[in-house]
Design a protein around this ligand. Structure first.
Ligand code: ATP
Length: 217
């Protein structure tokens, strides 16, 4: 569907395990919120991530850490819909439920280039672009996938005009190069397990929750 005069801004969607949330995630969300003039970026924690090992912190604590991380930050919103579903947290189900809620709104699924390269392993991956646009972000050490499935997928859907993301509700791939911070949740978990201090890699409020519940140690 094409909107001639879109009045509402697009919604950004950043799914993840957030085990724990860190400044890399938060800078990514804010950069895209401002650069692409999004209405908001929704951070959606996966209850049962289907494409990776089981999280270390339980879903309620990961949600609590997200809520603490974004307090007072305009443009960032936490969405806990995946915690209300049973079974694996498939993104296609999340986008379907957002699409039902916002039938006439542009939705933009944010993916790191690493996640984008692995997209064919996701459940019903080809439906994702029928429900939302894909905003793909370069992360240190990642490259545009060279294999033909993704090359063809890119040439079919890539756009160079950011206005298309507002006018069309779904169907485009936008690649954004941003100065990402080289921080990962794995690195933070390893630091804590080794008795080291992860301060300044993540918000102090998140570290307080980690310390209170003795997570990752
Ligand atoms: P882990 O180390 O446990 O694999 P992670 O730090 O990669 O976790 P996820 O929760 O898996 O975090 O990431 C959610 C989303 O955020 C993914 O799309 C991922 O590419 C992106 N992302 C994670 N860390 C960064 C970062 N430092 N900069 C930009 N994007 C990031």
């Amino acid at each position: 569907m094409i909107l001639e005069n879109p009045t509402e801004k697009a919604i950004g969607i950043l799914g993840g395990t957030f085990d724990p949330i860190h400044h890399g995630h938060l800078r990514l969300a804010i950069e895209l919120y401002e650069r692409l003039d999004l209405a908001e970026v929704r951070l959606i924690p996966a209850a049962y991530p289907p494409h990776r090992s089981f999280p270390f912190a339980n879903a309620q604590l990961r949600l609590q850490m997200l809520q603490a991380a974004i307090i007072g930050t305009p443009g960032l919103v936490v969405d806990d819909r995946e915690l209300h579903r049973l079974g694996p947290s498939y993104m296609v189900d999340t986008l379907s439920s957002l699409r039902e809620e916002y039938p006439y709104r542009s939705l933009c699924l944010i993916l790191g280039m690493d996640a984008f390269s692995n997209l064919p392993q996701w459940y019903q991956w080809q439906r994702l672009i029928t429900l939302a646009h894909l905003l793909v972000v370069h992360r240190l050490g990642t490259q545009i996938p060279a294999f033909s499935t993704m090359q063809d997928f890119l040439s079919e859907h890539q756009t160079n005009c950011s206005d298309t993301l507002k006018k069309q509700l779904t169907g485009c791939i936008w690649i954004e190069e941003i100065p990402v911070l080289n921080i990962s949740s794995t690195q933070i978990r390893h630091l804590i397990a080794a008795g080291k201090n992860p301060r300044y890699l993540l918000p102090a409020a998140v570290l307080n929750i980690i310390n209170t519940h003795q997570l990752y140690s």
